[in-house]
Design a protein around this ligand. Structure first.
Ligand code: ADP
Ligand code: MG
Length: 232
């Protein structure tokens, strides 16, 4: 589904040496997997996710989504790519505080081509009974699950999650990871999860290890744990 070749991203560099946020990354990620990205802070994980999600442009090298070369797309093409294919989940949920859970999800379903019903998206993440709550009336885990419902409601091929449990305690974090797993099983959504919590790697099909802008190792799990079995 994704392939990169020598993908490189430099930041800054007018007065100082540029930062090599990504330094020649070669990857191939098949469709339908849960992939966990691990590595120290500053190792390039978010930079890779943002380029694969069409939020950022590489400095050199190439990246493909299926047979479409992301690194050859204009800003306008990247906007359409994001709209049609990519769901994002970030550490802080970015919900609109004055809208209910249902209304937050409807912001997306109102403009998507072939969305699932808002209620179905919220039910899928276990929030059937919270649809008319405002963000301030929900726990962090519930708010993050609304954000996941919003991200998946347009049936994206890819779900890109940057530290989705970073602001949550372990119990609510498990409920968020269970929602991501559920979406992966039900729709085959290719799911990339950046995390600082090394335990989470055990729920992945595939684990990618980063250091200094490089991929140092890619491993596969023969057997996976459920989120509830993960040690935090
Ligand atoms: P991670 O997500 O693994 O913590 P990032 O991809 O966010 O790492 O960052 C990789 C490197 O690129 C870091 O050194 C970071 O400081 C730098 N960086 C990231 N974004 C920017 C930016 N917008 N401007 C300048 N440097 C950046
Ligand atoms: Mg990051």
């Amino acid at each position: 589904m994704f392939r990169t070749q020598g993908l490189t991203k430099l930041y800054g560099g007018k007065d100082t040496a540029p930062v090599r946020a990504l330094d020649g990354v070669d990857l191939a990620l098949p469709k339908g997997e849960v992939v966990v990205l691990l590595g120290p802070s500053g190792s390039g994980k978010s930079t890779l996710l943002n380029i694969l999600g069409g939020l950022d442009q590489a400095t050199s090298g190439k990246a493909w989504f299926h047979d479409k070369e992301l690194t050859a797309m204009s800003d306008r093409q990247l906007t359409l790519y994001r709209r049609d294919h990519v769901g994002f989940v970030f550490q802080f949920y970015n919900l609109v505080p004055s809208l209910t859970a249902r209304e937050n999800v409807a912001l997306v379903t109102d403009v998507a081509h072939d969305p699932m019903p808002t209620e179905e998206a919220l039910a899928l993440v276990g929030l059937d009974d919270r649809m008319d709550h405002f963000p301030s009336q929900m726990s962090g885990g519930e708010q993050q699950r609304v954000a996941i419902a919003r991200a998946i409601a347009k049936r994206p091929a890819v779900l890109l999650c940057d530290e989705p449990t970073g602001a949550l305690d372990s119990r609510t974090g498990v409920s968020v990871l269970e929602a991501l797993n559920e979406v992966n099983v039900k729709f085959g959504t290719t799911t990339l999860i950046i995390t600082h919590n090394a335990g989470i790697r055990r729920m992945a099909h595939r684990v990618i290890w980063f250091q200094d802008g490089k991929v140092t190792e890619v491993t596969r799990n023969d057997s996976r744990l459920t989120p509830a079995e993960i040690e935090w």
